[in-house]
Each structure stands twice: as C-alpha cells, then as structure tokens.
Design a protein around this ligand. Structure first.
Ligand code: SF4
Ligand SMILES: [Zn+2]
Length: 339
C-alpha cells in the first residue's frame, strides 16, 4: 500500500488525468540487494472493493468516461512516466493503482499491456487484491515484461494486513480471508511469480498491546508464504472511518516504540517505512525522540542492520514509560455482543 505522505515527500503528486498520481525514483531492498527503483502510482478505474475502514486511496480514480477514455488515460500516464524516467536508470518497478493492477475492469487489457511496456526487462512488484491473482493473467503479464534477465521478473504485492480473519473483517473490512490469500499465493507461485505481503500495524479497535501481538502472529503466519513482508504502521487518512474514530479520541496511531518492538522481535527482516511518522495522524511518540527512531527504522529497511534499531530502542525518553503504561493498562475496545 502506498501513502499520500510518500507522495508529498517526493513532491510529484498530480491531479492531472494524464499524469500518474505520483512517480519517483529511489533505492529499494529487494531479494537481498539494494536496487535503483521506480515507483509509479497510476490513476485507474479504481478499487472495486472500496470499503476498507482506513483507506482513502480508493478515491483516486477516473470518475467518469468510457472504457476507451480509461485506456487512453492510463496510456497517457505511462507515456508521461517513460518520457521522464529513462529505462536505464532503474532495475525495479513498483506499480500501485489504488486498487488492483490485475483487475481487468480497473485496468483494461490494452492499458495493462502499455504498463507492461514500461516494465519490460525490469523486476516488477505489482499490488493487487488476492481475487485477481490468477495464474493465466500473471503468466500473460510476465510474458510481456520478461527479457530473460531475471529468474522471476514479477512479484505480486498483497495487502493481507493481518492473518486474523476476524480482525481483518471487523477492524479493517478488507473483504477477503486468509484462505483466499493462500490461494492467491499458490496461483502466484504456479505462475513463477514472487509474493510480497503487506501487514497493517494497529487497525481500528485494537489496543496497543493487541496490535503488537496481532502483528507478531501475522508475521509468523505469513513468513513461509512471502518473499518479502512489509509492515505499514497505520496512518489516519482523510475521509475515512478511521478518521472519524480518531476525531472522537477513540483511535491513536501506533507508538514508534511498538514499531521497534515488532521489528526487533521478528525472526525475519521486515520492511517498514512509517509514513506520516512523527505526526499526530501517523505513528508517533512524544515528538522529542521521533526523528531519531524514524531514521533508524528507515535505514533498517535498506540495511537490515538490527544494531541501528537496538541503539534507538535503548534511548532514554520519558514517553517510553508512557508506552509501557499503555501496554499494561489499556482496556480492549468493547463492542456489544447483541443489538
Ligand atoms: S482493497 Fe486496497 S485500495 Fe481497496 S479499499 Fe481496501 S485498502 Fe483501499
Ligand atoms: Zn519520546
């Protein structure tokens, strides 16, 4: 899942229908190496599900027009990107669409072929819901991007969020089950594709402690199925259900201490870029220690060096006691069992 803050950070966000929502180059750790990367957030027909409680990306879509207009719009975005980012300057392309790249209604076949043209000869990570991970579609896309340079050029990125079906249903409203995720993993593997799994730290209605436990068990549950796990500490996005609860004082984004604690306790290297970190809508501590911790977490994402995390985890700050108090005393969110 990408985030608006990332978009702001790179200063290339756009509302023009002929330009992607955002596009930037950077460096990403992928398959044990750091690669020059291109990230593109395409405006498409939009997410067909469009119901998750914390998501505002679903609003970034073409609102009207025919399927032909949609194809024309996506092709124009691809041309805009290829004119500005020479193909020789990156090896990895990450494609986000505010939904699913492999949903044919959201990205029609002709438009998908033009996206594939942009990615030809590259390693590609493409975000999609599990119901669109179908062997034939992935094989078709792979045949368009594959120039024989990489063993497995395509990876699908799936926003599983948590391995717990009831948390996914009640706290996120994601609309699919862990079993569906497993089926998608199987399909992806049968097409020779890799799997990146996104997990969400602290969706609605969980205490800080429950959120940490949920993340730890989710990492353990999906590690065997994922080449890469990326943890997104929750950010309060505008116009969402989550924002409503946050305004009532019924939600607080996770502490950065929680993010550190998960990264340090995980048996594997977890990617994490705490978007909106240090701000009240994003994962934050007291304001004094945030910057140093965020910088360690971001460096860890590309180096995998746990010493960076340990060093900031041992930093003294008064908010650490506050966090420990929250872990010990926060009461679970009570929903009535009956109506
Ligand atoms: S599936 Fe993804 S894009 Fe669609 S509403 Fe949920 S989080 Fe947003
Ligand atoms: Zn602090």
């Amino acid at each position: 899942m990408y985030t608006s803050s990332q978009v702001d950070q790179y200063g290339m966000s756009s509302v023009s229908p002929e330009r992607p929502c955002a596009a930037w180059t950077g460096r990403d750790l992928f398959r044990g190496q750091v690669w020059p990367s291109l990230t593109v957030i395409l405006r498409t027909g939009g997410c067909a599900w469009s119901r998750c409680l914390m998501c505002s990306y679903r609003h970034e879509r073409y609102r009207s027009g025919s399927p032909e207009d949609l194809i024309r719009g996506i092709k124009a975005q691809v041309s805009w990107v290829s004119e500005r980012f020479p193909p020789g300057t990156y090896d990895l392309v990450k494609i986000y669409t505010s939904g699913s790249l492999f949903d044919r209604n959201e990205v029609p076949k002709e438009a998908l072929a033009s996206v594939a043209g942009l990615c030809s000869g590259k390693m590609v990570v493409a975000e999609t819901r599990p119901e669109y991970v179908v062997r034939e579609s992935l094989e078709e896309f792979t045949s368009l991007i594959d120039e024989g340079k990489w063993k497995s050029p395509l990876s699908v990125a799936i926003g599983l969020e948590t391995s717990d079906d009831s948390i996914r249903e009640k706290s996120i409203r994601k609309g699919f089950s862990f079993d569906q995720y497993l089926t998608a993993v199987k399909e992806a593997r049968s097409a020779g594709a890799g799997v990146k799994t996104y997990l969400l730290l602290k969706p609605l209605f969980l205490t800080e402690n429950e959120a940490i436990e949920d993340m730890q068990s989710s990492i353990a549950a999906c590690a065997a199925y994922s080449d890469v796990i990326s943890m997104n500490p929750c950010t309060v996005q505008r116009g969402t259900e989550m924002e409503r609860y946050w305004r009532y004082g019924a939600y607080r984004p996770p502490y950065l201490w929680s993010v550190l604690s998960v990264l340090l306790s995980a048996g594997t290297h977890i990617l994490c870029d705490p978007v909106g970190g240090g701000y009240e809508r994003g994962p934050h501590n007291c304001g004094k220690c945030d910057r140093e911790i965020l910088s360690a977490i971001r460096s860890y994402a590309t180096t995998g060096d746990r010493e960076l995390l340990r060093a900031v985890d041992e930093t003294e700050c008064r908010c650490r006691g506050e966090w420990e108090y929250v872990l010990a005393e926060e009461m679970p969110f009570c929903m009535p069992l009956t109506r």
